[in-house]
Design a protein around this ligand. Structure first.
Ligand SMILES: NC(=O)c1ccc[n+]([C@@H]2O[C@H](COP(=O)([O-])OP(=O)(O)OC[C@H]3O[C@@H](n4cnc5c(N)ncnc54)[C@H](O)[C@@H]3O)[C@@H](O)[C@H]2O)c1
Ligand SMILES: O=C(O)C(=O)C[C@@H](O)[C@H](O)[C@H](O)COP(=O)(O)O
Ligand SMILES: [Zn+2]
Length: 357
């Protein structure tokens, strides 16, 4: 098992990654001060069915616990479910010593983290990620829920006590979720590490390659890159915005599709291709990435998207300032920067992009 230490101004914490990492859970909980009075596991029905018993087995006879399950899917990262989790926590008598366990992918990590960050003004939580994508979402402390008007519009920065990443849980992921998670791995490589990008290009030529040592390398290097950024800029005053590469359009697509019918990573993949298409210097990089993604089975952009609706959503992006849409672009691999755009200029480019992709 590997350990990566996350260092942020508000908290330092370990990420344990590897087969059977879940066996660390009891030890991690026992090390907390004050000792938790009780534990609340929040998960979704799919993950609950598969792995809740493994987590409960680590708690049995040591901690008193309750479990709460919500429906799967990003449309469930909602105010209604946030409220339902809070009500359950109150009913079950969680107090300020209690700990929430977020067992699932990024949807669960984000909503359960937000519940923890706001219950009685903030209690502790532990991330137990079960998707490849969650190498990104479980680290760095961004938590929150969606609003029909925009993705992750309501939330808090709240760091977990630990991340326990049991890679044996990843064996049941469906193919589209493997693609979704790998898109964020590609993002980390593109914004921060040209040699890691080359490694991925060479070694991941089919989804089948995403296992064993390659999978572990993807997760650990992705987490290290995220830590390098978040440790310098926890609250996104500057360089953390680079982690949003591909997200300005990606989030707009997810919102237009009502957080259904597309995975987060697929939407981000479209957003990265769009960003790379905007500058002469990265057009070839974008064309190569497009061919690779196609070979890995990523879908083309959804049809029937309204350009003006997408642009309206991009204007409300959290990086936008006044009427300026701030896009994360690359000078080249490993060199991200922020480029300001007026909506009218992006509209034309997006129309062209959607026709060709
Ligand atoms: N906080 C952050 O920094 C951050 C970073 C990236 C993404 N996100 C957020 O994360 C969310 C996406 O996360 P995700 O891609 O993990 O999606 P998800 O949590 O919705 O999981 C995807 C699907 O896979 C299922 N699933 C999860 N683990 C499984 C397993 N081991 N085996 C079988 N099925 C499993 C889930 O039930 C769900 O149907 C989005 O809401 C996105 O905004 C947050
Ligand atoms: O951690 C970050 O910072 C990121 O931007 C990581 C993204 O992959 C993630 O999707 C994040 O939730 C987007 O944040 P938002 O602030 O744009 O909602
Ligand atoms: Zn993301």
């Amino acid at each position: 098992m590997k350990q990566i230490n996350i260092t942020t101004p508000s908290k330092n914490y370990p990420v344990y990654v590897g087969e059977q990492a879940i066996t660390k859970l009891g030890e991690v909980l026992q090390s907390l001060t004050p000792a938790p009075k009780n534990v609340l596991i929040i998960t979704d029905h799919n993950v609950g069915e598969l792995y809740l018993k493994d987590v409960q087995a680590e708690l049995d006879q040591k901690f008193s616990y309750e479990s709460f399950q919500i429906k799967p899917g990003d449309s469930q990262k909602s105010f209604e479910n946030y409220y339902a989790c809070q009500s359950f926590a109150l009913e079950k008598g969680l107090d300020r010593t209690s700990v929430i366990l977020a067992l699932g992918g990024g949807m669960i990590g984000d909503i359960a983290g937000f519940v923890a960050g706001t219950y009685m003004r903030g209690i502790r939580f532990i991330q137990i990620p079960t998707t490849i994508l969650a190498h990104d979402s479980a680290v760095g402390g961004k938590t929150g829920i969606n609003h029909p008007e925009g993705k992750n519009m309501i939330g808090v920065f709240h760091q977990p006590e630990a991340v326990i990443y049991s890679t044996d849980f990843l064996s049941t992921l469906p193919e589209n979720e493997i693609r979704s998670g790998f898109a964020e791995v590609i993002k980390h490589a593109l914004i921060a590490d040209p040699s890691f990008y080359e490694y991925l290009r060479k070694n991941i030529t089919t989804l089948n390659d995403l296992k064993d040592e390659h999978l572990l390398n993807c997760l650990t290097r992705g987490i290290e890159i995220k830590n390098e950024v978040v440790s310098q800029d926890e609250r996104e005053k500057g360089i953390r915005a680079f982690l949003n590469f591909g997200h300005t359009l990606g989030h707009a697509i997810e919102g237009e599709l009502r957080y259904k019918d597309i995975t987060h990573g697929e939407a981000v993949a479209h957003g990265m291709l769009f960003a790379l298409s905007l500058k002469e210097e990265t057009i070839q990089l974008g064309k190569n990435l497009k061919r690779w993604l196609h070979d890995l089975g990523y879908p083309t952009t959804p049809k029937n998207l309204s350009v003006s609706s997408l642009i309206n959503r991009m204007k409300k992006d959290k990086k936008a300032a006044g009427r300026t849409i701030n896009m994360v672009l690359l000078e080249q691999t490993g060199h991200p920067y922020i480029a300001p755009y007026q909506a009218i200029d992006l509209e034309e480019k997006l129309t062209e992009f959607l026709k060709e992709n």
